[in-house]
Design a protein around this ligand. Sequence first.
Ligand code: SF4
Length: 409
Amino acid sequence: MTLASQNSDPETTAAPYGLANPDVSIDDPASDSPTDTLLTSILDVSEDDLNYQVSQMGQPPFRARQLWRSLYYEGAQSFDEMTTLAKPFRAALEERYRISPIVPEVELRSADGSTDKILFKLQDGELIETVLMRYGLDGHRRARRTVCISTQAGCALGCTFCATGQQGFRRQLSPGEIVAQVLHMRRIIRSENAELIAAGSAKKDEVTEITNVVFMGMGEPLANYNNTLSSIAVMNHAQGMNIGARHLTVSTVGLVPEIRKLAREPYQLNLAVSLHAPDDESRSRTMPVNKRYPIARLMHACRDYVETTNRRIFFEYVLLDHENDTPEHAKKLAELLNGLMCHVNLIPVNPTEKGPYSRPNDKRSALFREVLTKAGIANTVRQEKGIDINAGCGQLRAHALDDAVEAAE
Ligand code: SF4
């Protein structure tokens, strides 16, 4: 959740970035021809089903493996590119499927070149947002390329600080629509890397591919549980995208039954819980989901999650001036998290033009942090400058979450 656009209108989100960088050339992987738009995306065919379909087309099993590799390892954008497959087989695939179910509609790049945001159009016209974040080497931290992806068009959960929530729920994204966002961003990174290598600025083993994926875009991933998990299976597949589960972070507002379910899944994912307040009264003010799953119930599920998985949980906490940022709030938070294997990610809010919240000053943030640190609660705070969270959606939080995961590794 919560890349969650503060403002999804492409015209206004363009404001802090300027026009899409003309150097970013993104081939449209899905033509809009009338017949093509009627075809199912092959990215929505599961591995088992793909094996079956390929055998039904009279092909031996290894052809399905070649096809899988072309789609997810090589990232082919057309069946024609799949030269390991015989021409008649490629033609048969072309008749049945299209490849990508998403088409870039608006492409934006931050002034410092570190962040791209793309508004994608889905086959039925729905729009979703995806963000690509580039980090250089930073002290002991390696270079990273992180994609922040959406899992739903719209969202039903209605958090008051989030424009996606205010727009309501449109529909679930399919596994192919989720995976296609990462494939698209990987193409951008691969093309940048190829340019660096061609220019002699880097060697092949020095460039960075997509390293991390955070499920923090539009929608609540755990409210689209099965499709989110199917997309994770594809991203994590060793013969495909091969992104380690520890580099995949699912962010949730705290859907208790799904957190419990996730604990039993075979993936060593990171789980991030948006807490934002240490008591029910203040949390319910901004997050209606708290009425359904109050803090005590949520924390119980979180403690069980840690016990079952033996993995820490990341808690996100946006600091809102005089709303949830007093030392008393910090003390309550420390009590709540006492003894729990976790990491708190503090994010001083960037005030929105129309929003009711303002950013606490550095002294207040430091005081809050001090209380947590004294209580032995691991935490990081990110002071982001240069990214306008209003128009940049939750990308500030996605950056911060990514930093926190990295710091805790
Ligand atoms: S869960 Fe809340 S913050 Fe996330 S997209 Fe939905 S309404 Fe927005």
